[in-house]
Design a binder for this molecule. Structure first.
Ligand code: PTT
Ligand code: SF4
Length: 616
């Protein structure tokens, strides 16, 4: 096999054993890598109803056929498990040296099973695996853990670690790497913590297998230069992802006050120009010539990497407009290892619920100092922090009093920083994202607000969401590779099949990828259905407050507007029709068979109703 190493490393933390397994070329070509591999393995190996934080859940670290090869932005790794937030398949896409080191050590997939009897980290060096005590770093933040491990294993060792939030199983804990990388929004860091696994370190010395190494090197060198030049011309990484903050504010699509508002006159204080002017360091992933991790100093003087989601959710969403204070909240999330999006959303939901009289407490929008204290309590799960660690949906279920309406989440995962109360296509993208509300599945908002009619619910928007989910699931999450050269610089999508072919010796076109994207999306929704057999179309609705006329903006381009149930339902029907799913949003048997999932349809039918359908 070329491109893939063909190897799986299976590690049992309970009894400190490990074994090397192989996968077939048929499996590789059916599922590509990254998300495709992780999804199929978790579907096959987890019993329905597995406790996400119990020893039977599995933590996967996964590469694909072009991971780590010398080409633009190939330093990304998938971390995946059954999510404690959503109760279904969850993953994150993280930049890390582990991408290169794992491939050099000869593995595409590492599966962690069981639970270490005491806090440990695992060191993998080619064929050897060591189980080592983590007592010197357990209880420490991710910056200290990373520095301690780097000192021992070197700056370019592949290192993934969790902070106190992962150790304490905060449901939205993430995994960290290098100085600024964070991945696994659906609580993959909590799964790692539940296994008593503080860190994973990998070093390898082998060659990454490629069908045509010389062509790959020549093409890679030229394209790294080309993407770097495109970035210089476009000046994209001058502001990086935070360039979008002022655009969202202009478009009235910014998260403000738990998304009750969508615009704020002070938002400019946190925008891309301000973060760029305050820059003290730049971070990035391996193999990248458009490094986008812009770090500024926070109120306490720490370097804090500000991406748009962090700024949006910890700034305007909490009505905090002091750049350094917002950076402090971001630094704490990074150090504790918790998701800035869900962390920001848990805090804004709490302030909102107090405002609405649904609960009592001493936190108000705009109170940055109290927000810092709350983040510390969350990371330790102390006092009110234990409640905030559950994430907005589970908090709302505890509070009751109709507060679920303003928990800004879908399927248990909080929305990234795009306020869709009058952006139907992006609301559909969040609603139908099968891992919960994450913009990485389909970022249709720029198309919708730039080239389409904002308030329209036409079939074209459902079609666009499906197209983006196809491309992102198959190419960007399954190769896996950073999507920014394509999405931000317009680097041609056709480059990706080219690299895949150079690595594997195949002759694939874009079509070969997008077909697999449909297979992956059908299995993702089947996974959700297997875990939630009584599911219906409401699982694909955006937050209920978006339909509430009382939160419509009073001025601006969306004045007096909000989402409407009947129109959203019609849009959802278009989506299901294009996908060949039934009216509950469950893939039909015929659809599953048509994308090569006949066996999986049988398995699903044992626990949930599967309609026959007509799409073949
Ligand atoms: C990603 C999500 C994002 S997406 C952001 S900012 W973004 C937040 N970043 C966090 C952070 O930082 N610290 C923290 N404690 N929590 C954070 N939570 C949020 O997590 C990230 C970049 C970014 S920055 C984006 S859009 C792109 N995402 C990609 C993707 O999803 N797929 C893909 N193929 N390529 C992508 N490229 C870009 O990568 P999750 P990273 Mg991330 C400090 O993992 O779980 O998907 O959540 O990985 O290496 O940090 O790169 O405006
Ligand atoms: Fe990482 Fe940013 Fe480069 Fe993508 S563009 S590989 S997220 S540094």
């Amino acid at each position: 096999m070329k491109g893939w190493t063909g190897n799986i490393l299976r590690i049992n933390l309970s009894n400190k054993t490990y074994k090397k397994e192989t996968f077939t070329e048929e499996f590789a070509k059916k599922w590509i890598g990254g998300r495709g591999f992780a999804l199929k393995i978790l579907w096959d190996e987890l019993k329905p109803g597995t406790d996400p934080l119990g020893p039977d859940n599995k933590l996967l670290v996964v590469q694909g056929p072009i991971s780590g090869v010398p080409m633009p932005n190939s330093g990304k790794t998938i971390v995946a498990a059954k999510s404690p937030l959503t109760g279904t398949y969850g993953d994150g896409n993280i930049g890390s040296y582990i991408t290169i080191q794992m491939r050099k050590a000869g593995y595409d997939i590492i599966i962690f099973e069981g639970k270490a009897p005491s806090p440990e980290y695992v060191f993998i060096e080619d064929d050897k695996v060591s189980f080592l005590s983590a007592k010197e770093i357990w209880g420490k933040g991710t910056y200290e853990a990373q520095a301690w491990l780097e000192k021992k294993y070197g700056k370019t060792a592949g290192i993934l670690s969790i902070g106190q939030a992962g150790e304490k199983k905060v449901l939205y804990a993430i995994i960290r790497s290098m100085e600024g990388r964070s991945g696994g929004r659906p609580g993959i860091g909590a799964v790692m913590g539940s296994k008593n696994l503080k860190a994973i370190v990998v070093k390898g010395t082998k060659e990454i297998p490629m069908a045509d190494p010389k062509a790959m090197r020549d093409r890679g060198r030229a394209d790294l230069r080309e993407v770097g030049e495109m970035d210089k011309k476009a000046k994209w990484s001058v502001q990086g992802t935070n360039a979008v903050l002022s655009w969202c504010n202009e478009m009235w699509a910014l998260p403000v006050r738990n998304m009750r508002h969508s615009h704020h006159p002070d938002a400019w204080k946190l925008d891309g120009q301000r973060t760029s002017e305050a820059r003290v360091a730049t971070y990035g992933c391996p193999n990248c010539t458009m490094r986008c991790g812009i770090a500024i100093l926070d109120k306490e003087g720490h370097e804090s990497e500000i991406d748009y989601e962090n700024a949006g959710m910890l700034g305007p969403n909490l009505e905090i407009f002091d750049l350094k204070q917002m950076a402090s909240l971001n630094y704490l999330c990074d150090d504790f290892g918790m998701d800035t999006i869900s962390g920001g959303s848990a805090l804004s939901f709490y302030a909102d619920a107090i405002d609405q009289g649904a609960t009592t407490g001493d936190f108000k929008f705009g109170d940055a100092e109290r927000a810092k204290e709350l983040l510390r309590l969350i990371a330790r799960r102390e006092g009110i922090g234990d409640f905030l660690a559950l994430g907005s949906l589970k908090m709302a279920k505890k509070i009751g009093q109709n507060s679920e309406a303003y928990a800004i989440q879908c399927k248990g995962l909080d929305l990234s920083a795009y306020n869709c109360k009058y952006v139907p296509g992006q609301a559909l993208a969040f609603g139908t994202s099968a891992i919960g509300a994450h913009h990485k599945e389909a970022w249709i908002i720029t198309y919708e607000l730039t080239y389409s009619e904002r308030g329209a619910y036409g079939r074209d928007k459902a079609q666009k969401v499906v197209e983006l989910q196809r491309i992102r699931s198959s190419i960007f999450e399954s190769l896996p590779i950073c999507r920014f050269p394509w999405i931000e610089l317009g680097w041609d999508l056709k480059n990706y099949p080219d690299y895949f072919n150079l690595a594997t010796g195949s002759n694939w076109t874009l079509d070969d990828f997008t077909k697999r994207g449909d297979r992956i999306y059908a299995l993702l929704k089947a996974f959700w259905t297997r875990e939630h057999p009584d599911t219906d179309r409401t699982a694909d609705y955006p937050p209920r407050i978006y339909f509430d006329p009382s939160i419509a903006d009073k001025e601006g381009p969306a004045a007096g507007k909000h989402l409407e149930y009947d129109k959203y339902d019609a849009l959802l029907d278009h989506y299901y029709d294009i996908r060949g799913w039934d009216k509950r949003g469950v893939p039909t048997r015929k659809t599953m068979e048509s994308v090569g999932l006949a066996k999986e349809a049988e398995q699903l039918a044992k626990v949930a109703e599967v309609e026959e359908g007509t799409v073949a």
